[in-house]
Design a protein around this ligand. Sequence first.
Ligand code: A2P
Length: 418
Amino acid sequence: MNAPLPVEVLKQHLIDPEICIRCNTCEETCPVDAITHDSNNYVVDPEICNGCMACVPPCPTGSIDNWRLVVRAEAYSVQDQLGWEELPQEKPLPVDAAAAGEGGQPMPAPQAESGLAQAAAVTAATPGAAVPPWSAAHPYVNLYTHKTPITATVVGNYRVTGADTESDIHHIVLDFGEQPFPVLEGQSIGILPPGVDAQGRPHHARQYSLASPRDGERAGYNNLSLTVKRVTQDHGGAAAHGVCSNYLCDLAKNDPVQVIGPFGHTFLMPNHPQANLIMICTGTGSAPMRAMTERSRRLIGTADIGKLMLFFGARTERELPYFGPLMKLPRDFIDINLALSREPGQPKRYVQDLIRERAAHVRGLLADRNTCIYVCGLKGMEVGVLDALRDVVVQSGEDWSILHDALRREGRLHFETY
Ligand code: A2P
């Protein structure tokens, strides 16, 4: 007579704290604000998450893609998840709930499970692509984790901005010796700074983009480089001490460094002949652009490389990392456009101003389906760059939204901002 009520099963979305590198991408991407964090973990609120999957493709580590079947009334709460050091094992469901999950009973599942559907879901939430360019090489990710880091050795650490300037930016070279650490341009690694945080827990990894190409900072060597700015202020300009950036900038030759990664499977360069790159960056956002430029430079004479166009924003020439080596690159190899915002005697210029100034050229490259666009640096430039690209396209009577959709769908527009 009194039949038991069906038990509602939830496919609960969880983030693996052992793999997550706390880069905030998921929280920024989530269209319904279901993701939150504290100083320990990034977590998903089961009351809000609708399984739309928008956060899954942009995650550089894949830590976001974890699911547990749970009885809805017993879902892991935000508080539970904030305290985790690792994901719980999947618990067996009660028999009636398991049957419900298998049958037609309510079990809200992610709305989009296929790669294509994921990509479609994410395009609505983020301005960039959720897929790499079609010809990108296969990236390896998460070979080394918080629990199983790899030890690299510092083989170089020097400042790449003028000594008299506020911007203390370092070029740091790490060597992996005999240990495998395969990377691609556009990928990043995590650095585990020694010591503990205010709660006495080991520091989480901080993420840095590679500044060197896949075959090493020095070609044929098992090493890579990073571009690190010493953080002495927070975003609001108040004094702040960046735990990892200061640790890295103060490293000496032969010091050991704990590394995890590599990370990233979308911000990757095309591999096919005649592929063009439009690279737009500010400050240390130049790291992946240096990696891609150097990859292309090393291919000169051996492959049919396309056009490279760089828009690089910095306060002054002396605060622009790698200014000297950059200016030595042949002009028929790379079209360099420097946007200086605080150079005495010059008008303030941002990268988006130069994109508009070079509209004809940018338009020409955008019209070519072999062109990929990479944007890396300050979060604030994201909107400005998109507006500038839209203006350039609209000026020629074309529809930006159609092109923008194609750029995202085809993995030809990528953002890495912070
Ligand atoms: P600004 O002089 O206005 O700060 P930083 O040295 O802080 O990393 O910044 C790198 C460059 O990016 C600087 O020239 C800075 O200019 C510029 N910048 C700041 N905000 C934006 C923005 N919203 N769009 C483009 N460039 C920006």
